[in-house]
Structures are given as structure tokens and as C-alpha cells.
Write a protein that binds this ligand. Structure first.
Ligand SMILES: [Zn+2]
Length: 364
């Protein structure tokens, strides 16, 4: 295996499609798949293949500069606020019209284009009829209706959710112990980016131990159940700290960019000012959604660990009553896991679960 696509584990089919495409490229590709499946890394390797004078061996100067993000003919367009603005779409058109700096080809990587919204039409013509030297690589987590027309002009390459074994291998390669890698992969639900975030989260193991300890600490009394619920929700509250730090940083960067924009164009019109404000609001909304998702992911992870403990007790149960109690407990936990998406009352739900599990621990 060459250095190219080495950081795109578990996507053999997509990598094969891109490798074949690089030999005779068309003008636009759409890479779709969930977050954390390696689309951006694959786009870098694909760009290297397109520009490499040696047919994409991954080791020449050109390849290394593309992979390192320092080649002038590979331009990545990232969104500034929560969605792709019309202004960003116009910038893409301007970039596409420019001649390559070094060779005879240029690659434009457009990130997060499931968030293209009303900027779609502004881009369509450019993507339909780009200069012969330009290749577009559009990345999107899914294809919303606004992206349909653009998608129909691109060759589509799908990125599948990662298999647990792929995530485990990648984490071990990062330096995690195999045992921890198994826990992290299970907790991250197929997302390598989330698994890596958890690997860097000092409290992940603490949370895991807390959920593992639940059955042994329930004694059938309401007080123990309530204490446990409080403790678990407290850990859940703290689990958002790494995400919050990242969001604060994003918001500070946006504020700095907006301040610069106002400074540069001393007399920014009311419309542009409104646009900047709308960008901030969009980011706040997205941050709230991310936070909500993080808590739900985290609670689901905890419930999955807890269900695992009761499944183990089922295997060890000697009486039918004890077996029934284990089965009931697993069902209660999985029911709550399934209801989470529609149930915003985390604390109440976990309190109720602990109380019910506690009663079963006595009758079992
Ligand atoms: Zn090369």
C-alpha cells in the first residue's frame, strides 16, 4: 500500500473507485457518507493522485505537499458559519476560473456541502461547466434536496459507516491498548472521529466505571437510586466539556473574522451586517444541536454498557426468577435507549430507570 489513502481505513470500495477515477478524471466528484468516515482524508489522497507527475505514488514532492495541505493547486473551501453562503459559492466560482499555479490541473475540495442551502444555484453553472483544468471534489454527509442538481452533475462515491473492527484497528494504531480500543469503538458507534475524541477524554473511563457499578449499588431503596441518577447525570453534564471547548473556539474565530470584515469594509451595508449576525445565530443553533446530540450519544453509550452488565448476570443466573429479573432489566434499559430521541427529560428518565432497576434487584 502506498502512503496515499493510508489514513482512510475500511473504505476499500470508495478508495478503489477514486483510484480508478484518477487515471481518467471527469470534472466533478461527490463523496458522500456519515461524519468520521474518512471523506476529507480520501479527498486529499485523490487530489495528490490527480496532480502527481508520477501517477500517484504518494511519495514525491507534489504528493507530500498535497497531503500536508500546502499545495497551491489544491484549494479547500470550508464553510465559515453554519452553512455554505452565496458569497462562498461565488468565491468558489472565482477560484475555479483561475489557472493552476504549478501544473495543468487544479483541485477544489468543497466541504460540508449537505449544508449548501440557497447557495446551490450560484454554484451549479460552475460545476456544470468548469474550466478544463479544474476538478471539483464535493464532500457531503448526505444529499439534501438543495444538493440534488449539483449531485446529478457529479460522479458519486459513497463512504460506508465503519465496521467496529476498523475503528478498533485505527485506535490501536494511534496507541490505545486493544482493550480500551474495543470499549471506545463500541462507545463511538462506528465514528472514528468520535472514538478519537473519547480516547482524548480523561473522564471516559470514569463514566464507564460508573455505569458498570450501577447494579451492585442498587439496594432497592429509593435513596440509592436517586443518588446514582444524580451522579450519572453529573458525569453526563461534564462529558460535554471537550465539545464545549471546541465550540467556544469556533465562536471566537467567527467573531474575529466578522470583526475583520467590518474593519476592512469600514462601511459595511446593513445587509452585510445582517448576514454576519445571521451567521452567528446559525452557529449558535448548530452548537445547540451538537450539544444535544453529544448528550444523547453519551447517554446511549452508558445505557449500552449497563445493558451489557445485566446480560452478563443473565448468563450467570441460576434461578428462573433471577433470569427473569435480568431479562426485564435489559428490556427497561433498551426501551429507554430507544425513547431518548423523543425524550428530552434525561434526569427524570434516568431516575425512573434506576428506581425500576432497584426494585428488580430485590425481587431477583
Ligand atoms: Zn506523487
Amino acid at each position: 500500500m502506498t502512503a496515499l489513502f493510508a489514513d482512510v481505513p475500511g473504505q476499500g470500495r470508495a478508495v478503489a473507485a477514486l483510484t480508478a477515477a484518477a487515471r481518467r478524471p471527469v470534472h466533478a466528484y461527490l463523496l458522500t457518507g456519515p461524519a468520521g468516515t474518512g471523506k476529507a482524508a480520501a479527498a486529499r489522497s485523490f487530489a495528490a493522485m490527480l496532480l502527481c507527475p508520477d501517477g500517484g505514488d504518494g511519495t514525491c514532492d507534489t504528493c507530500r505537499r498535497v497531503l500536508g495541505g500546502g499545495h497551491p493547486d489544491v484549494v479547500t473551501v470550508e464553510r465559515e458559519g453554519a452553512f455554505i453562503t452565496v458569497e462562498a459559492a461565488r468565491e468558489v466560482s472565482r477560484l475555479a476560473a483561475r489557472s493552476p499555479v504549478e501544473g495543468n490541473r487544479k483541485v477544489l475540495v468543497l466541504q460540508d456541502f449537505h449544508l449548501v442551502r440557497e447557495a446551490g444555484p450560484a454554484l451549479l453553472k460552475t460545476i456544470e461547466e468548469p474550466p478544463a483544468s479544474t476538478v471539483f471534489v464535493v464532500l457531503a454527509e448526505h444529499v439534501p434536496p438543495e444538493l440534488n442538481t449539483i449531485a446529478s452533475r457529479c460522479v458519486r462515491v459513497d463512504f460506508a459507516p465503519l465496521a467496529p473492527s476498523t475503528v478498533i484497528e485505527a485506535l490501536v494504531a494511534d496507541g490505545a491498548t486493544p482493550a480500551l480500543a474495543v470499549e471506545l469503538a463500541a462507545a463511538a458507534g462506528g465514528r472514528l472521529d468520535r472514538a478519537r475524541m473519547l480516547a482524548a477524554d480523561p473522564e471516559f473511563e470514569l463514566r464507564r466505571q460508573a455505569w458498570l457499578s450501577v447494579p451492585s449499588r442498587l439496594d432497592g431503596r429509593g435513596h440509592a437510586a436517586a443518588t446514582l441518577a444524580d451522579e450519572l447525570i453529573g458525569l453526563l453534564d461534564r462529558s460535554v466539556a471537550p465539545l464545549r471547548a471546541r465550540q467556544d473556539q469556533e465562536m471566537a474565530q467567527l467573531a474575529a473574522r466578522n470583526a475583520r470584515a467590518l474593519e476592512v469594509n469600514g462601511k459595511v451595508g446593513r445587509g452585510a451586517r445582517g448576514g454576519l449576525k445571521a451567521g452567528v445565530r446559525e452557529m449558535e443553533d448548530r452548537h445547540k444541536r451538537e450539544m444535544r446530540r453529544q448528550r444523547t450519544d453519551e447517554l446511549r453509550t452508558g445505557l449500552a454498557i449497563l445493558a451489557g452488565v445485566y446480560r452478563d448476570t443473565l448468563g450467570a443466573a441460576t434461578s428462573p426468577a433471577a433470569q427473569r429479573a435480568s431479562v426485564d432489566s435489559v428490556r427497561l434499559i433498551t426501551d429507554l435507549g430507544a425513547a431518548l430521541a423523543s425524550n428530552p427529560g434525561e434526569l427524570l428518565a434516568v431516575q425512573a430507570l434506576m428506581a425500576r432497576l432497584g426494585r428488580r434487584s430485590v425481587t431477583g
